[in-house]
Design a protein around this ligand. Structure first.
Ligand SMILES: [Zn+2]
Length: 404
């Protein structure tokens, strides 16, 4: 006898939804073949997902002779996910469909050290501009600092004055009765790139004002014990022995960021008398061929490359993808990174390595945040609640979210 309800072989309706998220259109027969579930169980799963509006019939080859198509796909436009990718000097917010595609986005300038109230108020205003009456099912917020993911809090951020332990989900709870996920910005980018490149072992570098890195291995974000894994910006820079030890903004001397970040390049170009106030100015100077800027960015690329080489030797990723404002210096920066990675990392670790810039560009963060949020709302418990007609997390700012 096949079970009429509940799980079969440990499978859950969320597993069937995951198939649609991963593979696009599928027929009943394909789902039976992939999952090994019985036809009656697959029929139940599909009926539940259809009733909940999570999948819809999709065009298929079988629609001959007037027969309706028996293929289905994720109903990506059933609701939207709001994503806010907050950087040191500005943020991008996007309304994304349930597959993580950014439908509309806006970018605003704001200094993250003005504190959470000011920044999140601006984020919320931007959310209301890009929301066109759709239902919102979840919110993802990316921040440029360590995150205690389960609690949705930023932890001891070096550049985010006033954000330490600030409860971001609680702040949104007054306006939105939905799950709010908080993630480190570089981790969010890594998730987006991992899905885009279909790679389960990937390092994403975010080069902007600071140096961020996100690690996805075996398809999962590697956070480390306290959310600090892969923080190469504050490892020791490999610079020539006669180079002075420079002060980093974290308080230490000689960090990678102190030589090879947006803020370090701004410092150096300013001391050469150039009128530089932001990373965009650095990129502009490089693209106009300013010799000081080109030389400094090349040097920065080599310092970054040494740090990336260590990560590559330790972790053996398939893909290293670089994004962020500073990545717009393109080859001037990347040549130095590539040179050092292939010189320093072990041949075994670089044999199949792809080192590339992001195709998603500045949308990598919001796309990753939408995907992380979708992963959360489509987890078995949350999906059961939604299919039972409870649209939101049991406690929007509480346990359901905090368990991540
Ligand atoms: Zn540092």
């Amino acid at each position: 006898m096949e079970p009429m309800t509940g799980t079969e072989g440990g499978s859950h309706v969320s597993d069937v939804l995951s198939l649609f998220r991963d593979r696009g259109m599928l027929s009943r027969t394909e789902i039976i073949q992939i999952t090994g579930l019985s036809r009656s169980t697959v029929n139940q799963r599909l009926a539940a997902l259809l009733a909940g509006g999570l999948i819809i019939p999709a065009g298929g080859a079988e629609s001959t002779g007037g027969r309706p198509s028996n293929r289905f796909a994720l109903n990506r436009h059933r609701a939207i996910l709001l994503a806010a990718d907050i950087g040191a000097s500005g943020f991008t917010v996007a309304a994304c469909d349930l597959a993580g595609t950014a439908l509309r986005h806006v970018t605003r300038s704001v200094n993250v050290w003005e504190g959470p109230e000011r920044v999140l108020t601006d984020v919320q205003k931007a959310f209301s501009e890009i929301q066109h009456g759709e239902e919102v099912w979840g919110i993802g917020v990316g921040v440029p600092g360590r995150v205690e993911f389960g609690a949705g809090r930023v932890v001891n951020p070096p550049i985010m004055t006033g954000w330490d332990r600030f409860d971001i989900p609680q702040w949104f709870a007054d306006s939105y009765d939905v799950a709010v996920l908080v993630e480190n910005d570089a981790n969010a980018r890594a998730v987006a790139e991992s899905r885009l490149h279909n790679s389960r072992n990937l390092i994403s570098l975010k080069l902007g004002t600071g140096v961020g890195s996100g690690l996805v291995f075996n398809g999962q974000i590697i956070r480390g014990n306290d959310g600090g894994a892969g923080d190469i910006g504050h490892t020791r820079a490999a610079v020539p022995l006669d180079t002075p030890e420079l002060q980093c903004r974290c308080g230490n001397l000689g960090c990678v960021e102190a030589y090879a970040s947006g803020w370090a390049l701004i410092r150096d170009l300013q001391s050469s008398g150039l009128p530089v106030t932001g990373v965009a100015d650095v990129v502009d100077l490089v693209n106009r061929g300013n010799s000081d800027a080109v030389r400094l960015v090349r040097q920065a690329g080599r310092v970054l490359g040494e740090a990336v080489a260590d990560l590559v030797s330790i972790l053996n990723p398939e893909v290293v993808v670089i994004s962020g404002r500073l990545a717009e210096c393109e080859e001037t920066l990347l040549n130095g990174v590539r040179e050092r990675v292939y010189l320093r990392a072990l041949p075994l670790a670089t044999r199949n390595l792809s080192l590339t810039t992001s195709e998603l560009g500045e949308l990598a963060g919001v796309v990753g945040l939408a995907l992380i949020t979708a992963d959360h709302i489509f987890e078995p418990d949350a999906l059961d609640r939604r299919l039972d007609g409870e649209p939101h997390d049991a406690d929007a700012s509480g346990k359901a979210v905090r368990e991540g």
